[in-house]
Ligand binder design. Structure first.
Ligand code: PMP
Length: 407
């Protein structure tokens, strides 16, 4: 007897209505062709991966029978203790007094966002984000069916009418922010904006997620305190804080190891451990051990090399934009990270510009629109300078500027 093919769409859970493929990602899949000059991929320069150190770390672990048995075995859901201790010590150097019980290791910070969504969001809860914000965070949260509230860029400077903002919404929202060198804008929150965000969080009884994915990649200016450090300075201890800090080794060591972490109050970390257990038990044991061995030697020096390299590429990009972009285009001036955000003249559509740019100039970038949670905005694009060489940046920006000028 033949049975009809299941009607999958009717069987998928309610939450799947919010889980959709991104048009942009589909478009960018076409970018593997070698003649495309790409500012699209927001990924680290593979020439900067510490491959020799990583290889030495794996070799040493696998050559030692005791280490090798542990490395190839299951391990605890909170993560490899020496690595959690190492992270706790580094967090303390960055103004966050904590210990290993305040740390859980996750499969990149992307998993941290998913687990935090699972922990905090009931359908219809509000997630407050920047306008624009990291697309991957929206994708992670979407499965938990939140209502977004996106703050305009100047809201923290200008002050917020909280009553109007929260009218008709569930109380105590979840806030998600990338204070340092944000994806997609490359911009950072000033100290005053960080303080204003914490004031707002206190007023709304808001839980804050601080995504610090690019924090270690500062190449200009002075470091600013993390939201978690400022929160602890106000509340007295990490156990009283309302901020969950998400870190990652993806931008500094390698994204393929899939290792990130959450640092926050034990009461929250304990729940994340339970969720992590149900999800994938733990981060790969051998990857955690190899990463710990890698960062235990010469990490600062390695970070210095990354900062110099990305700083030089950013400078090349900003100089090329200055010399070639037509009037009416403005852009951010990142002090770290991998991104520059361009505002196109009013009425110009970043998605249409990408289609033309691919066809006429063979230059790729990411249109701004998918980074807006609530208020769609078309006249922006994101350039990432992490992968192209200086010559490619100069060539690509020249071609893009020419296309914009004649659009
Ligand atoms: N947060 C931000 C702001 C990012 O740009 C990225 C990577 N694109 C991530 C989190 C996730 O990175 P990972 O899971 O590799 O740590």
């Amino acid at each position: 007897m033949t049975t009809p093919t299941p009607d999958w769409a009717a069987r998928f859970s309610q939450r799947m209505t919010r889980v959709r493929a991104s048009e942009i990602r589909e478009l960018l899949k076409l970018l593997d062709q070698p003649d495309i000059l790409s500012f699209a991929g927001g990924i680290p320069d593979p020439g900067l991966f510490p491959a020799d150190q990583i290889q030495a770390a794996y070799d040493a672990i696998l050559a030692d029978p005791d280490q090798s048995r542990a490395a190839l075995q299951y391990s605890v859901s909170e993560g490899y203790l020496p690595l959690r201790r190492w992270i706790a010590q580094r967090m303390a150097l960055d103004g966050v007094e904590c210990d290993e019980h305040n740390i859980i290791l996750t499969a990149g910070s992307q998993q941290a966002l998913d687990l935090l969504g699972k922990l905090f969001l009931t359908r219809g809860d509000t997630v407050m984000v920047a306008r624009p914000t990291y697309l991957g965070a929206l994708q992670a949260f979407n499965a938990y069916e939140p209502a977004y509230l996106d703050l305009p860029a100047n809201a923290l400077r200008a002050g917020v009418d909280t009553e109007a903002l929260m009218a008709g919404r569930e109380p105590h929202p979840l806030g998600y922010f990338v204070p340092d060198f944000a994806n997609p804008t490359g911009e950072s929150l000033t100290l005053a904006e960080r303080e204003a965000l914490l004031d707002l969080a206190a007023e709304l009884d808001m839980t804050l997620i601080e995504d610090a994915a690019y924090r270690e990649l500062r190449f200009d200016g002075e470091p600013l305190p993390t939201l978690l450090a400022l929160d602890i300075a106000r509340s007295g201890s990490i156990e009283e804080a309302r901020t969950l800090f998400c870190g990652t080794f993806s931008k500094t060591i390698s994204p393929a190891l899939r290792i990130g972490w959450v640092c926050g109050p034990k009461a929250v970390i304990e729940k994340l451990v339970l969720l992590k257990q149900g999800c994938d038990l733990h981060v790969s044991t051998i990857n955690q051990m190899a990463l710990h061995a890698t960062v235990s030697q010469g990490y600062e020096q390695h970070l210095g090399a990354l900062r110099t390299a990305y700083g030089a590429k950013a400078a090349t990009t900003l100089s090329a934009l200055e010399r070639h972009m037509p009037a009416g285009v403005t852009w951010t001036k990142p002090e770290g990270g991998m991104f520059v955000w361009l505002w196109l003249p009013e009425g110009m559509d970043g998605k249409l510009l990408l289609e033309r740019s691919l066809a006429e100039e063979r230059v790729a970038f990411v249109p701004g629109e998918p980074f807006f949670a609530e208020v769609p905005t078309a006249n922006a694009i994101r350039l990432s300078y992490s992968l192209p060489t200086d010559a490619e940046i100069e060539d690509g920006v020249t071609r893009l500027a020419g296309l914009i000028a004649r659009s």
